[in-house]
Design a protein around this ligand. Structure first.
Ligand SMILES: O=C(O)CCC(=O)C(=O)O
Length: 374
């Protein structure tokens, strides 16, 4: 169509030029040429910018911060989902500087009893044991970026979709680092345990009439790029719904490697995975950078695995964690109990509401038990 239109314009221009006096013809042709060049340039720019918009919207689709039908489908299919670009490059930089400042606090898993993979297996690597560093929520101002994950606006819709309202932090988060050749982690977890084949109710993934729930959700905040083949976090897609123990050798990455996926992520992305999905880590291959992630675990309001939430000075998590938290972040540190027992819930606008029972029922319980709660 565009071709024929252009041919018509040319014929029309030739007729007009033929009607003009000879001294005007060359001026006319010059103006015509400039017009045509400008129109081609504008078509080129507009076609390239719409391609750029398509590219952006394609990547926007995978960076959705809502937990919609796509995210539900993908999580139910694979047992994990990647939320892209949760932390900005500046925030990733701040997290890495804080880690650098605490470098000496890394504890390396070099002792034989602490190794996470079978010696000689592909997940073991060639180099040193993994490095772990805790207390990331106890570093004052340097903890700000780590505390932001507790109720991050880009993550809260996913937490609600996967854990429900009133979700809570279950484990103390910690930094995982792997140096060149550094050891990964044997495959572990599973709603049906990948090693024993037994049902793990405390790690279970369920989907009931469209509601997804994870008894324990891993939240792996990537602090370095994980390119294809680099190693680091890996999963067996769909294993949250698997019914059997793995075939011998698979947990060590010695067999059926084609079913073990290493998700490709950028620093700032967050991988949300069910502990009911079999996962682990591959040995780290890059020579130019240390692998770093910060691993959190969250649970629904009434689920619990860890026991640190009541175990410290005066009860509760370590005291320093409570410094400088807003009420939304504080709500995530509540111990496990049901929503109807005055539990703070994060609302969509990030305000907090207390979910409760009617006053008469509360008074009745107090009369029966002599305490505020049964
Ligand atoms: O290295 C990772 O990203 C996974 C680690 C892990 O699964 C664990 O520490 O339990």
């Amino acid at each position: 169509m565009a071709f024929f239109a252009e041919v018509l314009v040319h014929i029309h221009a030739c007729v007009v030029a033929w009607l003009l006096p000879p001294h005007m013809r060359s001026v006319f042709f010059r103006i015509l040429m400039i017009g045509m060049l400008a129109s081609r340039a504008s078509a080129f720019i507009s076609s390239h910018s719409s391609a750029a918009i398509r590219r952006t919207s394609r990547s926007m689709a995978s960076t959705s911060h809502q937990f919609g039908d796509d995210e539900k489908y993908l999580f139910d299919l694979n047992g994990y989902i990647i939320v892209r670009g949760v932390l900005t490059p500046e925030e990733v930089g701040a997290a890495n500087s804080a880690i650098d400042n605490h470098e000496s606090e890394f504890v390396q898993r070099d002792a034989k009893e602490l190794r996470n993979a079978k010696a000689g297996s592909p997940l073991y690597g060639t180099g040193p044991g993994r490095k772990d560093m805790g207390r990331v929520l106890e570093w004052g101002e340097e903890s700000k970026v780590f505390k932001s994950i507790l109720a991050h606006p880009k993550l809260v819709p996913h937490f609600h979709g996967l854990l429900g309202k009133g979700y809570r932090m279950d484990h103390l988060p910690f930094i995982i680092a792997q140096d060149e050749g550094g050891e990964g982690f044997q495959l572990h977890g599973g709603t049906v345990d990948c090693t024993s084949g037994e049902y793990n109710s405390y790690l279970a993934y369920t989907c009931h009439q469209g509601t997804l729930r994870n008894a324990l959700l891993g939240v792996n905040v990537m602090l370095t790029d994980h390119n294809a083949g680099d190693g680091g976090f890996c999963v067996v897609n769909g294993s949250h719904k698997s019914n059997f123990a793995m075939p011998g050798g698979m947990v060590d990455g010695e067999k059926y490697q084609e079913f073990i996926t290493q998700p490709v992520t950028k620093a700032g992305d967050v991988v949300l995975f069910s502990e009911g999905t079999v996962h682990g880590a591959m040995a780290w291959t890059p020579t130019d950078r240390q692998r770093r992630t910060c691993l959190y675990r969250f649970s629904p309001a009434t689920n619990v695995y860890g026991r640190s939430y009541f175990g410290h000075e005066g009860g509760g998590w370590p005291t320093a964690i409570y410094e400088d938290l807003d009420e939304t972040q504080l709500s995530v540190l509540e111990p496990p109990y049901a929503n109807r027992l005055d539990r703070p819930n994060i609302k969509d606008d990030r305000s907090v509401e207390i979910t409760t029972r009617n006053e008469r029922k509360k008074a009745h319980d107090a009369a029966v038990f002599g305490t505020k709660y049964f």
